[in-house]
Ligand binder design. Structure first.
Ligand code: ATR
Length: 274
């Protein structure tokens, strides 16, 4: 029986046990997937016990604040996680901890499902320059998006992304937002902008291409104020829940040997739990 984990601090809010529990039941696999609250101080020891087998775990996910440490402390990070400097999925191979990052793959898999043809665009705008933005920017670059404008309150962090991901990525301050949105085919919000009760400084999406897709990686609420605004202006919108569900697929397959499918029942289970 394989035992997998999600480790974070805090961990109460993680939906991952619900997702993997659903698939374990669906496949009738006698495995487990449990949440572990691990402080940053305790994380190196958690990784040691994963590696030497004393934890009795075959792999798992790590979430905030452990993604960078998981990458650093893993033995075999893949190219994706190495370029990001962060890992969210770990598994054991010949006594070594292997690591990857599935956030970006989850993001594009969700767009493929809910906005087929989105990748014909040439220009995307990514708002925010934190960890989530890094994964999204890498993934859409790897899908061939030619120009990616990363717009961030702190311009230095946007520049760091442009340096990391090369020529397709351009860094801009917030004041450039309207200008870079002009004609763009994809808008991705990776910030909590307008979520904390403050009257959201609404974004005018009208300069974007008519068939543009607007998506948010925030999924509580499902229709964020920003998505509601984009929809009201006639744009296709994609909520952030699918990214969460799809990023879980490669890990489950590694730990339990079956490739799960993101279905509507699973989506409803998570929505009901919100
Ligand atoms: P995550 O891992 O979810 O990406 P993060 O690494 O903390 O979280 O990044 C948060 C992002 O949201 C950053 O780009 C942050 O902007 P700064 O780099 O300037 O801090 C952005 N952000 C958060 N609150 C914001 C706000 N009220 N207005 C604009 N940007 C905001």
């Amino acid at each position: 029986v394989n035992h997998a984990f999600v480790a974070g601090y805090p961990i109460k809010h993680s939906r991952s046990p619900l997702i993997h529990g659903y698939w374990l039941k669906q496949f009738k696999i006698a495995g487990t997937y449990r949440a572990y609250e691990v402080t940053p101080e305790a994380f190196p020891n958690f990784m040691r016990e994963l590696k030497d087998g004393t934890a009795g775990l075959c792999g798992g996910n790590v979430t905030i604040p452990h993604k960078e440490a998981a990458f650093r402390l893993s033995d075999r990070p893949d190219e994706l996680s190495a370029e990001l400097g962060a890992a969210n999925t770990l598994w054991l191979e010949d006594g070594a901890i292997c690591a990857t990052n599935t956030d970006g793959r989850g993001f594009v898999a969700n767009l493929d499902e809910r906005a087929a043809g989105w990748d014909r665009i040439s220009t995307a705008v990514v708002l925010g320059a934190g960890g989530a933005s890094r994964a999204v920017t890498q993934a859409i670059r790897d899908r061939g998006v030619k120009t990616i404008h990363v717009v961030n309150r702190t311009i230095e962090k946007a520049r760091e992304l442009a340096d990391r991901f090369g020529t397709p990525v351009h860094a801009h301050p917030m004041t450039a937002l309207a200008e870079v949105m002009s004609g763009a085919g994809l808008f991705v919000n990776t910030t909590s902008l307008g979520m904390d009760g403050e009257t959201a400084p609404m974004i005018d999406f009208s300069p974007m291409a008519r068939e543009a897709v607007v998506t948010d990686i925030v999924y509580v609420p499902l229709k964020t104020p920003l998505l509601a605004q984009a929809e009201a202006q006639g744009f296709r919108i994609v909520d952030g829940l699918g990214m969460l569900l799809h990023q879980a697929v490669p890990g489950f397959e590694k730990w339990f040997g079956r490739r799960p499918v993101v279905d509507e029942t699973l989506r409803q289970i998570i929505i009901r739990d919100m």
